[in-house]
Write a protein that binds this ligand. Structure first.
Ligand code: GDP
Ligand code: IMO
Ligand code: MG
Length: 428
């Protein structure tokens, strides 16, 4: 089972960090292949809680080599801050590898992210403001700065000049901001070079060699399928490929290597930022999910929008990613509800849609058609086998599994590392 991909099945924050951490003792490499420090993964180990943004969650496990792949956008200052915070807590981060081809988030990308959002007004996306979109835009526009450029001052200066040439016109003339100095950017990037140098590698080659040597490599997605730039709710998406295909382009391995795709899906749904969300709740049930699930963003602290489980989205995710196994997380959060609705299809202007409609306008207008299941009141956080769960919880899981397009191989019953019910070995 050499290459395994973990992806988010909804709009993020499904518990990918916990799932990666869970598998970490059995894997050799964890590769982050998309996104940047817009991600926020919480990992709870004993009484210690870690919030990871740019670093792959596997960094917490001794023996795992964490890799930041070419598909990631790297804010180097954030990288060093995150490393320092882990070092201060006694974590060995010395194995980290960073792709020479990864793109760099600079000061002007962060500025542009914020000003463009402000100018969008009511139409804003609600980005994390970390400069993600503008950095990927520069990459595609072929005016990006890559990690390797930091080691060649002449090239770096040329590239920053070319990038700022247009952007300063924009900043000054359109957005009414001060121009950004080339020197300021170049010097700040050069100041990272010495510390960065030993981490930088041809990561595609190293991952290839690891796979050839039968090592287990886990590819950990940031964000999620419904935030994917191609397959998500465009334009209310992030700017990278958060789906399983992204693991291949974002790390430089052939798609044929991937033998397993694990979709992480919450027992209900959440979303941060703007965009359509058919099962969103605006009543006491939504409050219940937010309070019980502690649904506040790991990165921006924003309250997450909450709603019921959406089975067409799970099926869509299963299809787009080739999900082989789902991990259903946060089942414990539903404890105490009398009835649990699950969205089984949508109504769009009187027409039933059993699958996610391809038209974005239809999806905006979709109202959920629900089926209701019985709730349970027993505390399930101590459950470790499927049979430990109350009958109603088992029935909820089995019903949801039937609708979701792949088997549910594990069930999260609490934030802790061991709070999990495993039905099928995720790596076996
Ligand atoms: P990620 O971005 O997908 O890694 O997810 P986040 O870390 O942003 O959000 C998931 C949150 O749920 C974190 O606070 C986790 O500690 C927590 N969590 C994960 N699995 C479970 C679970 O099964 N039950 C409960 N109650 N919390 C969980
Ligand atoms: P993890 O990995 C939830 C959302 C933002 C915004 C949109 C675009 O923790 O699941 P961006 O800054 O990426 O340009 O913002 O995407 N978003 C996330 N929502 N979890 C995340 O990451 C997210 N990363 C970005 O809220 O709506
Ligand atoms: Mg998160």
């Amino acid at each position: 089972m050499p290459a395994v991909v973990i992806i988010g099945a909804q709009w993020g924050d499904e518990g990918k960090g916990k799932a990666t951490d869970l598998l970490s003792s059995r894997i050799d490499y964890v590769v982050k292949f998309n996104g940047g420090n817009n991600a926020g993964h919480t990992v709870v180990i004993g009484d210690q809680k870690y919030a990871l943004h740019l670093l792959p969650s596997g960094i917490l496990s001794p023996g795992v080599t964490p890799v930041i792949g070419n598909g990631v956008v790297v804010d180097i200052e954030v990288l060093f801050d995150e490393l320092d915070a882990l070092i201060a807590r006694g974590i060995d981060v010395s194995r980290l590898r960073v792709s020479a081809n990864a793109h760099v988030i600079t000061h002007y990308h962060r500025t542009l992210d914020k000003v463009t959002e402000r100018f969008l007004g009511k139409r804003q996306i609600g980005t994390t403001g970390r400069g993600i979109g503008p950095t990927y835009a520069d990459k595609i526009n072929r005016v990006g700065i890559r990690i390797q450029d930091i080691f060649d001052e002449g090239i770096l200066r040329q590239k920053v000049e070319a990038a700022l040439d247009q952007k300063n016109h924009l900043l000054v003339k359109i957005y009414n901001r001060r121009a950004i100095e080339v020197d300021e950017v170049v010097e700040s990037l050069l100041s990272y070079a010495e510390r960065l140098r030993p981490m930088v590698a041809d990561t595609a080659l190293e991952i290839h060699q690891a796979l050839e040597a039968d090592k287990i490599v886990l590819f950990e997605a940031g964000q999620a399928t419904m935030l994917d730039v191609d397959h998500g709710t465009y334009p209310f998406v992030t700017s990278s490929s958060a789906t399983a295909g992204g693991a291949s382009t974002g790390s430089g391995i052939g798609p044929g290597r991937i033998e397993r795709v694990i979709g992480i899906v919450k027992a209900y749904t959440t979303r941060v930022g703007a965009g359509p969300f058919p099962t969103e709740l605006f009543d006491a049930s939504g409050e219940f999910l937010r309070a019980n699930g502690f649904e506040f963003g790991t990165t921006t602290g924003r309250p997450r929008r909450c709603g019921w489980y959406d089975a067409p989205i799970a099926r869509y995710t299963a299809r787009i990613n080739g999900v082989t196994d789902f991990v259903l997380t946060k089942l414990d959060v539903l404890t105490g509800l009398d009835k649990i609705p699950v969205c089984v299809a949508y109504d769009v202007d009187g027409v039933r849609h059993d699958e996610v409609p391809v038209s974005q306008s239809d999806f905006h207008h979709a109202t959920p058609i629900y089926e209701e299941f019985d709730g349970w009141t027993e505390d399930i956080t101590g459950a470790r086998t499927f049979d430990d769960l109350p009958k109603a919880a088992r029935e909820y899981v089995l019903a949801v599994e039937k609708m979701s397009g792949a088997r549910i191989s594990a069930i999260g019953v609490g934030p802790g590392r061991d709070a999990i019910v495993v039905r099928h070995d995720l790596l076996g």
